[in-house]
Structures are given as structure tokens and as C-alpha cells.
Design a protein around this ligand. Structure first.
Ligand code: CMC
Length: 471
């Protein structure tokens, strides 16, 4: 039964891919994908639009044709036939793995699901009061502490200076026991003090192990955040489940059906990488200072949180709830248009055609909704379909505005039982694979990012003492 249903899912994707090809000219554009000769001339707009920051072999987006390609493979092909784990490997290494390479890679990912020290630290925080993305970001910092121990080294003060400068800061409840005690308090961490679990290779986290630990561990953190926000105890990852299946499990506490697992897997593939978007650029900027992979990924999570980027999927669902039903779409849309407000889940900085990710997610959402007994979600989906028709008919031709990846992903996650505040963290869980791959690639020929701002302020001011300044 599951095999038949999984074939149906594959057929939906193949069908969506065929439609995409029919609706756009699918000739490869080698001319645009040749290495550039530095320095390169490009026309740059505000927000660095048009600027070329680096060369990359990882992914290609053609916004006017609606293509998305990872390492040469069409996204529809990967969604129909691959898995998230395989795609993560492909992004990192540039080729699909052999059986033994893949077995090793999967074993590493499974090993790094267990981040018990990070979980313990998260449990000591008021996660239930925090924005889920803020909590996810903190989780990556705790992982850094658990898996690299760079913090202990970085912040171990010089022994003598620490004693003289900081003696008063020994907490009052600690009974003063003289120099011996003070020495103990400020003893510099030596290699021998590190827990045995710390892998030597992880000292410098640009290395591969940190990519594995982040690709895998951030999903565990997402699960912990979900559970703590519901006042529940975190769930131990299940090594028998795939990355997608385990993600659903650690968030919801429920083992997914094969179809649910497959659909989550496809959603993860679709979100894994997307050119030099804001969060990818943020991770690369941080990594280019030779900070480390954990800090870099933390900054990607921060950038992804914004509603113009990854934060839109949650807002889409809230927007559909606010519309209230397909019958209200016309009036609601005209009011928004009159106020020049943006409709969440539509438009894209790069895609001026139908976003290929939405082409896949739309039919998958429909499949799940049809098989769901939840009338509220069914109504949301009907509202979404009506809104899509309306927006595309009014703004599609004129402004090239079509549904983007965030338009249907939220409905899919609702069907999978995922709480709304976890939608953007799930985007991050997947995107960690693209972020780490791009950082690794960039660091091979690193140059710190340093664009310029055009100064347009004054020059001829004289300093006035504060009392002489007029209000
Ligand atoms: N609804 C209505 N009008 C829109 C929308 C929209 N969602 N997006 C763009 N426009 C209009 C905009 O009003 C402007 O019109 P005019 O030229 O008359 O002033 C024109 O299209 C160009 O807009 P822009 O803001 O300059 O376009 P951009 O390329 O800078 O913005 C965007 C891209 C994603 C920020 C924007 O489309 C948007 O805010 N969309 C809603 C939020 C959303 O869905 N975000 C998720 C993006 S996909 C996830 C990802 O890949 O990161």
C-alpha cells in the first residue's frame, strides 16, 4: 500500500516537472555558468542586487525560467528519486555517493543526532518563552560548546591576570579557601580537562565533522525546542528513522507514516539550497572572517528568521486563517492591493516565473489535505487555491508575481502535525546543508567579504559642547 502511495507522490513530482519544462524554455545556459574572470564588472542595485560575490558549483537558480539545480541535477529529478541525506552529501561533495560513502555519511548523521549536553543546556533555558528561531540559534551555540570546546579555550583567562583582576567575582556562597581555591576557580582548561567525547578534529569547526554535526544536530535542536515550548520532555532521536522521519518524530512524538516521511523528505530537499540568498550570504560573511561554522550557521538562522525570507511560511498560514475562507478572498485581496500591502507567500527576488519549489509543494499539499480528515486544514487549502488564482491572474503577467516556496509548505507542515512556530526552524534544519556546503566551498579560497557603502553625509561639521547645543 505504502509503495503504491509513494509512487503516486513520485508521479505528482514528475508531472510537475513536465509542466515546468513545457512552460519554460529548458535549454541549458552554459554561457551564464562559465567561471568568471576577476575582477568582474556587474551592475549592482540596492541590496547588492546583481552583485557577483563568488563562484560556486553548488547550485544554480534561473529566476526567469523557474529552474533550480543542485550540482547539475534538476530539483524535480532529485525530489522524485533522491533523499535529503543523499542531497546533503551531493551539496557537500559535488557528486552522488557510492553505497559505502553513503553508509558512512548516514552513520555520521545518526551519530550526531545525539547531542545530550546541548539538550541539557537547552532544558535549563526558558525556551517556552522564546521565539523558536532564537532558541534554535542558541542551540547551535550550545552545540559548539559540546562538540568543539572552543569556548573553554577562548575564555580561559590567563592564570595570573585572572586571579589578580577577578578575585572579587568568586560567588559569595563559595566559601573563601585562600589561594588554593582561587587557583582552582580560574584554572586554565588544558587538553586533559576536556571531556573525552570531544573529537580533536572538531577544534577547528570549518572541518567536515562540524558540517555533519550541524546538518544532523540542528534537527535534534528543533525537536527539543518544539517539545520544550509545549512543556514536554524532549524525545530521544530514533536511529532507525531517516532524517525526515526522525525530524517529524522528535517534534511531534509520533512516528510518521511512510507517506508523511516521504513528503517531509521532499520538503527538506526543496529547502536545502538556493543560491546566494540573504541567509546563505550571512553565513558566508561570518565564515569569511574565519569565525567558525557554528557561528556562521547561527547567523544564517538569524537571517532566515525575517518575514521577507524564511519567516513567511508561518505568516502564510496566519494570513489564510485571517481570510477565513475561499468566499472572502476577492474582497480581502482588493483591500490589500489598494493598501499596497504584500501578500505573503508570493513574489521572489529571483523568480520572475513560477517558483519550481511551489510547483512541487502545491500538489503534495493537495495530496495530504485530501487524505486528511481535518476540515479546518481543508478550508485553508481551498482558500489558498482561490488566492493563488486571484494573485496570479492580477499580478502574474503584470509584475511576475507567483507563489513561492513558502506558500504551500505551511499547509504541508500543518497536515504533518507540526506546530506553526516550527515552520521556519524546519526551513533552517534543511538549509543547514546548503549553508555548510557553501561555506566549505568558499573557505577553500577565502577572502573576507568587504563591500563598500557610498558616503552621502556631510563633512564640514564642528564639534559643539553639549550645553551649547540648541534643542
Ligand atoms: N504581494 C504583492 N505585491 C508584491 C509582492 C507580494 N508578495 N511581492 C512583490 N510585490 C510587488 C511590489 O509591491 C512591487 O510593486 P511596485 O513595483 O508597484 O512597487 C513589485 O512587486 C516589486 O517588489 P519588490 O519588493 O521590489 O520585490 P523584491 O524582489 O525586492 O521582493 C520579496 C521579493 C520576496 C521580498 C517580496 O516578493 C515579498 O515581500 N514577498 C512576500 C514575503 C514572502 O513571501 N517571502 C518569502 C520569499 S521566498 C523564501 C525564500 O526563498 O527566501
Amino acid at each position: 500500500m505504502a509503495d503504491k502511495e509513494i509512487k503516486q507522490i513520485k508521479d505528482l513530482i514528475i508531472e510537475a516537472g513536465k509542466r515546468a519544462r513545457q512552460e519554460s524554455d529548458f535549454e541549458p545556459e552554459q554561457a551564464l555558468t562559465q567561471p568568471v574572470k576577476w575582477p568582474v564588472n556587474c551592475l549592482v542595485g540596492p541590496g547588492l542586487e546583481g552583485a557577483i560575490a563568488c563562484e560556486s558549483k553548488i547550485g544554480y537558480v534561473n529566476g526567469s525560467k523557474g529552474w533550480l539545480i543542485y550540482r547539475g541535477y534538476d530539483i524535480f529529478d532529485l525530489c522524485a528519486h533522491s533523499t535529503f541525506e543523499e542531497v546533503a552529501y551531493l551539496l557537500l561533495y559535488g557528486a552522488l555517493p557510492t553505497v559505502s560513502q553513503f553508509d558512512n555519511f548516514k552513520a555520521k548523521l545518526i551519530k550526531y543526532r545525539d547531542i545530550n549536553y546541548t539538550i541539557r543546556l537547552l532544558m535549563g533555558f526558558p525556551i517556552e518563552k522564546m521565539n523558536a528561531m532564537a532558541a534554535l540559534r542558541i542551540g547551535t551555540n550550545f552545540m559548539r560548546q559540546e562538540l568543539t570546546y572552543v569556548d573553554s579555550d577562548a575564555y580561559s583567562p590567563d592564570f595570573d591576570t585572572a586571579i589578580s583582576a577577578d578575585e572579587d567575582s568568586i560567588p559569595m556562597e563559595t566559601k573563601p579557601r585562600g589561594e588554593e581555591h582561587a587557583i582552582y576557580e580560574f584554572k586554565k582548561a588544558s587538553a586533559g580537562n576536556k571531556p573525552r567525547s570531544v573529537d580533536k578534529n572538531l577544534q577547528f569547526s570549518a572541518e567536515e565533522e562540524s558540517c555533519y554535526s550541524l546538518i544532523s544536530g540542528v534537527s535534534t535542536v528543533a525537536g527539543v525546542v518544539a517539545r520544550l515550548r509545549q512543556d514536554r520532555i524532549p524525545i530521544e532521536p530514533d536511529p532507525s528513522l531517516s532524517h525526515a522521519g526522525n525530524l517529524i518524530y522528535v517534534i511531534t512524538g509520533r512516528k510518521p507514516t511512510p507517506i508523511e516521511e516521504k513528503i517531509m523528505d521532499i520538503a527538506l530537499i526543496l529547502h536545502a539550497d538556493h543560491g546566494m540568498n540573504a541567509s546563505t550570504f550571512a553565513t558566508m560573511v561570518v565564515a569569511s572572517t574565519l569565525s567558525d561554522m557554528y557561528f556562521a550557521i547561527g547567523s544564517g538562522i538569524a537571517a532566515l528568521n525575517g518575514p521577507l525570507h524564511g519567516g513567511a511560511n508561518e505568516r502564510v498560514v496566519k494570513m489564510l486563517q485571517e481570510i477565513g475562507g475561499p468566499g472572502n478572498v476577492n474582497k480581502w485581496f482588493e483591500e490589500k492591493l489598494a493598501k499596497k500591502e504584500k501578500i505573503m507567500g508570493f513574489g521572489h527576488r529571483v523568480y520572475k516565473a513560477y517558483d519550481p519549489r511551489a510547483r512541487v509543494l502545491g500538489p503534495l499539499a493537495e495530496y495530504l489535505v485530501e487524505h486528511s480528515g481535518n476540515e479546518e486544514i481543508k478550508k485553508l487549502f481551498r482558500t489558498a487555491k482561490t488566492l493563488e488564482k486571484k494573485v496570479v491572474s492580477r499580478l502574474g503577467k503584470e509584475k511576475k508575481i507567483f507563489p513561492n516556496v513558502d506558500f504551500y509548505s505551511g499547509i504541508i507542515y500543518l497536515c504533518l502535525g507540526i506546530p506553526m512556530e516550527l515552520f521556519t526552524p524546519i526551513f533552517a534544519v534543511s538549509r543547514v546543508s546548503g549553508w555548510t556546503a557553501r561555506v566549505r566551498e568558499y573557505l577553500k579560497a577565502n577572502r573576507i567579504f568587504r563591500p563598500r557603502a557610498v558616503y552621502v553625509g556631510p563633512f564640514d561639521k564642528r564639534y559643539e559642547p553639549i550645553k551649547k547645543r540648541s534643542s
